[in-house]
Design a protein around this ligand. Sequence first.
Ligand code: SF4
Ligand code: SF4
Length: 164
Amino acid sequence: MLAETGIPTKENLASIMPPDERLAQGPVAIAECFQNIPCDPCYHSCKQGAIQEFQDINDRPQIDFNKCNGCGSCMSRCPGLAIFVVDATYGDNEALVKIPYEFLPIPEVGEIVTAINRAGQPVADAKIIKVQNTKVQDRTAIIWLAVPKEYMMEVRHFKVKEVR
Ligand code: SF4
Ligand code: SF4
């Protein structure tokens, strides 16, 4: 159970996932934000109007997947590091998962890392495709990770293999 383990259940996840038809169209944000907490920067950061206006600061984000273009702007604004972008169209066998990352060292493009799931368990090797770490992101880097497509809904973090 989420409140005890910190790990969302299948039911939790099913309630916030984009439909397969939308995933087949390209990158889209997934907000894995399951608790009613006083927080709304994701809403204010989305220039596409894809995150519904909050009626109450404790509301949970509701994403209009048809308005979301997967830009990732909301990701680095989320203090809970709870928003990910998944692109199922990246390749025949690989998907792209954009992950908010606040550890050091920041990995390098081309580096092979160990992709891990929501429970912190390793699931596959993955490749760093891009690192976004601009001043406006305020030290919350966005790491683009190419992962085997079958793990795109499992991979939500990674470990560098060797600390430099
Ligand atoms: S990824 Fe971009 S378009 Fe989608 S919800 Fe976030 S800020 Fe809005
Ligand atoms: S900014 Fe993050 S933690 Fe805050 S409401 Fe949005 S998704 Fe949830």
